[in-house]
Design a protein. Structure first.
Length: 168
């Protein structure tokens, strides 16, 4: 009966502390971790604090860019000049006012009366009439007899009026 006896004696399991070395967390490891966390926090907070841009500088840069873009249009048909001029003027308005929605469509630019409140009455009236003229040229059925140069000249006039017409 004693052929192959097995010992079923219960043995205590090894404690987890015995498996971990005595000094697995060194003070330099803690100091390094704290230093890394502090550096990351400084970088994140510094990145979020963007320096406030001067609105006059932003507006002037947008004006100069719009003038350059209008000058690049050259000799094109009136419809194409109206499309490109309208995009350039709306981009100028969106940057100068800080309202990106003004760049979306002609209707957004004209129908949002509150967006143009920072302009003089002359500039608001000029924007309404010139954007209406550009829209009429863009969406007309027949090709207009107006030259592309005249469209660009009118757009430059509107751009100058808008730039002068800022009240804020």
């Amino acid at each position: 009966m004693n052929e192959k006896s097995r010992n079923f004696e219960l043995v205590e399991p090894a404690s987890p502390e015995a498996l971990v070395p005595d000094s697995w967390v060194e003070p330099w490891m803690i100091a390094t971790a704290v230093l890394v966390i502090v550096i990351l926090a400084v970088l994140i907070f510094r990145k979020k604090k963007a320096s406030p841009l001067d609105p006059l500088t932003t507006r002037q840069a947008a004006f100069e860019k719009a003038v350059t873009e209008l000058d690049k249009i050259g000799e094109v048909p009136a419809r194409e000049a109206a499309v490109r001029s309208s995009l350039i003027l709306r981009k100028y308005l969106s940057v100068a006012t800080g309202d990106p929605a003004l760049f979306e469509t002609h209707e957004e630019t004209i129908s949002r009366h509150d967006a143009l409140q920072g302009f003089s009455a002359e500039a608001r009236d000029a924007a309404g009439s010139e954007f209406g003229r550009l829209a009429a040229l863009k969406y007309a059925r027949e090709i207009s007899a107006v030259s592309g140069r005249d469209v660009v000249a009118g757009s430059r006039t509107l751009l100058a009026t808008l730039h002068r017409g800022f009240q804020t």
